[in-house]
Structures are given as C-alpha cells and as structure tokens.
Design a protein around this ligand. Sequence first.
Ligand code: 7PJ
Length: 264
Amino acid sequence: MGVLNVTPDSFSDGGRFNRLDAAIEHAREMVAEGAAIIDVGGESTRPGAPDVPLDEELGRVIPVIEALAPELPVPISIDTQKPEVMTAAVAAGAGLINDVNGLRAPGALAAAAAAGVPVCVMHMQGNPRTMQAAPDYADVVAEVGAFLAERARACEEAGIPAGRILLDPGFGFGKTVEHNVLLLHGLGELVGLGYPLLVGLSRKSMIGALLGLEVDQRTQASVALAVIAAWQGAKLVRAHDIRATADAIAMAGAVSGAEFKIRE
Ligand code: 7PJ
C-alpha cells in the first residue's frame, strides 16, 4: 500500500504532494514500482497535528480520487476518520476505507457498512493530539489484540462481512518505542485473530529513536521492519518507498512459499 499524502503538513514528505498534478504523478510512480493499493489521506495524523475541518479534507482528497480512480489499475483507499469523507470518497471511486480511529467516530461504522467496501480498522490509544504524552499498557500485544477483536465484532454487527475486514495494530499511535517493538515481536498473536493484518511502519519515529535517523534517512530500516512484519504473516504493508519495500517483501514471500512447498 503506497502512501499518498495530500496534506500540506504531513511529516514524512513535507507536503510535497499536495498539488493535484504532483499527487497523480506520485501515485502512478508508486504503482509502477509495485504498489497494489494507493492510500489517499488528507488529514495528517502525526503527533500533535491539528484537526482538519471537513470541507478542507474533502477538498484535498476528492479531486485526487476522482482523477485517479478511472486510470489507476489498483484500488484506492481513503485514509480518514470522518464518516462524511468515507461516503464521498467511495462515491468518487475509492475501494477501501482506512481509519486510524478504528471506525469509532459517531456514524463511521454505519457509513463504512453502507459504502460496501472493505475496511481497515486500526488501534490507537488516545487521539493524535495527545497520544504520545503517556502511552500506557500492562501487556501491549494482548490489549491491542482485544481492542482489534472488539472492533472486528463491531464491524460485523454493523453489517460489514468478515471477509471485508482488515486489522492494523497502529504502530506509533499511542505507543512508546518499546511498545512498538513488543508489538512487532508479538505480531503472530494478532495474525491469530483470523483477519488479514495491515501494518504501517514506514519512516516512523521508532526508527528515529532507535537509530538517530531523520525521516528522509529511514528507508532501509523501514524495509527491514516491513520484512519482519510480512515474515510473521502481515498481508499488507503501508509504505512510502515502494520499490525497495515491494522487492524485499517479495523475497520474504518467495522464501516462506518455499517452506510451504517443501512441507507439501
Ligand atoms: C498508518 C495509517 C498506519 C494505517 C498513518 C504515518 C502516519 N493507516 N495512516 N496504519 N499511519 N492503516 O504514515 O506515519 O500505521 S499516518
């Protein structure tokens, strides 16, 4: 899943792709490099980011989705927490709803169910403004797992079929570096919930904290984290550096496939 930020303030590409032409060009490039989904987001969720008004978010994402949907050979996903944006984005051609808030906003579950597309529900402790102040867990893997199981149940009760639900542990969303590391180490437990897992580790601050690298220096470490996640069973990896990530997880897939064949 290639990240297409259309925010003026997104932390990892500095808002370079906020203009329509540049956004379309970047999406094409990511598809050419191996992206299977393009994730369009108009609401920065970096720690401390201000809330984006509905009209402004719609104005950022809808023109991009309308331009991309007819020409891209892959589905477009909409990264939003707002039910109105989910509905409008799917009407404009988006084929997946990606909500870092786990469809917890009033009306989000109903909007996603009515849209009739797959959803990704992510775990976050707190909200983007405050989440990094004091993340706290007794057992991060168990607590994130329980939350995701509850959200999957809520989705199914709202009428979203199990086969259209993806889960995401939400790396960096209300988690310390240690929480993120423990969560990735224990990812197999979340795979066991029985829904495909999506992970987003690309360029995240845990890499900065562990290696002392700036955002534009985190490609190699991001690729390593993507492989670790894929090796443990994650089905989708959200990333900025597509060629490197796609090649690396293809290698992980080739080797895990070989193991499967030998056992047969
Ligand atoms: C994620 C996301 C993630 C999902 C962002 C960033 C922050 N959606 N949107 N998972 N992260 N599903 O890219 O660093 O981890 S925005």
